[in-house]
Design a protein around this ligand. Structure first.
Ligand code: ADP
Length: 482
């Protein structure tokens, strides 16, 4: 997906926003529903209760007026009856307009029918009483009582029905409230999970290519230019990767130019240096008999040592060029590592004896043969033993201990030298890196030896590391597959 970082962030925020909106809309809809149930309780049910009270009171008043009128025939009581009867009609109309269920409406119809019957009975009685006609007072009384009882019963039924209705609605309300609460929580959690998921996906889509670039930068810092970075998305990072690849190509070119230059210079320097060294040796031999002064002898010795140093440096530079170009040739044969250790130790012994340093070679049991290039392996051993002697003060000791371990051969070069600061124990295996010991660096060197040693050991399928205590000594250990 070739979306820019900005577009990805916008999509992420939009998703979270839409989910939040969905939760809000749901909450609003639910609240609205709850509100309408509450309103129906307040508006409809409360008014029904109110009307029902008024109707009950009105029917009782009507009964009172009509009974009194029958006994004392006072027109004022008849008028009171008519006024109350009008109120009853109004309340009945009101309650009928509010009633919202078929059951309530049926009850009210029945109340109305009996009320009309009750009214007509009383109207007849009034007429009989005004015209002085005889009629059965008891029969009318009984009929009116029947009608009023039915009305009262109907109103009671309405009251009970209404109370049950309110109770049901309150239950429904609290149930709906609980449902809405849990639903909102579920939706909220889902929204949060989706939000987190979207953010994680977007973050990964940005950080993953960045970490690839970081890895590549580390590889370049370690001198490995490798292949191009192929990143197509997001576009900003694709552009960065493209610029990175261009920079990488330039660095590669520069590195090659540097290697070619070093290789050329080393070749050019080696021949004259060898000639100078041989010339100096001849001079030295010729002057041995005594014609030369002590000063001349010292001078020739220094020239000889410096020549050796330069030749070593040039050889190291040539090795480095070959390794970097991948052109170092290895000739593997089955070798006894113990005899190689002896050979290298014997070569360095005279130098060590000059400085009163003991070289001890020991082996813990028999060693299996290893597949190795003799010259390269001797180079490794010479370098490690040479360094041990170089960095050990006069009168110290160097031990070379070998042993077989889990299908491998392990060789340790232990010295009682100056040691290496902890923070330098890793970098000394990089090219041109040296551990500065003390305020002045009295040990000459190029910082290439351990780099070459490690490359040779890696080519043999082995590895090397160092353990050291400053001021006490160092132990360089390498293992080779047997
Ligand atoms: P060089 O010896 O030419 O400087 P090397 O690559 O052989 O280069 O060693 C790198 C650095 O590691 C040395 O400069 C030195 O600081 C440190 N070093 C190597 N071997 C020892 C040792 N046996 N004791 C103390 N320091 C050592």
């Amino acid at each position: 997906m070739k979306l820019s970082i900005f577009a990805r962030l916008v999509i992420g925020y939009l998703t979270i926003f839409i989910l939040a909106m969905a939760v809000s809309v749901y909450a609003i809809v639910k609240l609205h529903q709850l509100q309408s149930v509450t309103r129906s309780i307040i508006v409809v049910d409360n008014r029904l209760i109110d009307y029902e009270h008024k109707l009950s009171e009105a029917i009782l008043s009507l009964m009172m007026y009509e009974r009194k009128f029958i006994i004392i025939k006072d027109e004022a009581l008849h008028n009171q009856f008519i006024l109350t009867s009008n109120d009853f009609d109004r309340y009945l109309d009101g309650i009928m307009s509010v009633a919202d269920t078929a059951e309530a409406k049926d009850i009210l119809k029945m109340v109305k029918k009996n009320y009309q019957h009750y009214q007509s009975l009383f109207t007849h009685e009034v007429e009989y009483s005004r015209t002085g006609q005889q009629y059965s007072v008891d029969k009318y009384k009984e009929e009116k009582e029947n009608a009023v009882n039915i009305i009262m019963e109907g109103l009671k039924k309405l009251r009970d029905y209404n109370q049950q209705n309110i109770y049901d609605k309150v239950i429904q309300l609290s149930q709906a409230e609980a449902d809405a609460g849990s639903f909102a929580i579920v939706i909220g959690v889902i929204a949060l999970a989706i939000g987190i998921m979207v953010s994680v996906i977007i973050t990964i889509s940005i950080t993953k290519p960045l970490s690839l670039i970081k890895k590549k930068t580390r590889e370049i810092a370690g001198g490995d230019f490798g292949s191009d970075l192929k990143l197509l998305s997001p576009p900003e990072i694709a552009e960065l990767a493209q610029a990175f690849n261009i920079m990488c190509a330039k660095l590669k070119e520069l590195d090659k130019m540097k290697s070619d230059f070093i290789s050329l210079m080393s070749h050019e320097l080696r021949t004259p240096l060898t000639t100078i060294k041989e010339g100096t040796n001849l001079f030295f031999e010729a002057l041995k008999e005594g014609e030369a002064t002590a000063k001349e002898r010292r001078l020739l010795t220094i020239i000889n040592e410096e020549c050796n140093r330069l030749i070593n440096l040039v050889n190291s530079l040539l090795d480095l060029s070959k390794m970097e170009a991948g052109m170092m040739v290895y000739n593997f044969t089955e070798e006894d590592i113990a005899s190689l250790i002896d050979k290298a130790a014997r070569e360095i012994e005279p130098l060590a004896e000059n400085r009163n340093i003991r070289i001890e070679v020991s082996s813990n049991g028999a060693l299996p043969p290893v597949k190795a290039d003799i010259d390269k392996m001797l180079q490794v051993l010479r370098n490690l033993i040479g360094n041990a002697v170089k960095f050990t003060p006069n009168g110290g000791s160097v031990q070379i201990i070998s042993q077989a371990a889990a299908g491998k051969v392990k060789v340790s070069v232990v010295d009682t030298g100056v040691g290496i600061p902890k923070e330098k124990t890793d970098i000394i295996f990089d090219k041109f890196k040296r551990a500065t010991i003390g305020s002045s660096d009295k040990f000459s060197g190029s910082g290439l030896g351990l780099f070459i040693v490690r490359q040779i050991l890696i080519a043999h399928g082995g590895e090397i590391w160092v353990e050291s205590t400053l001021g006490k000594g160092s132990t360089f250990t390498f293992v080779l597959p047997a």
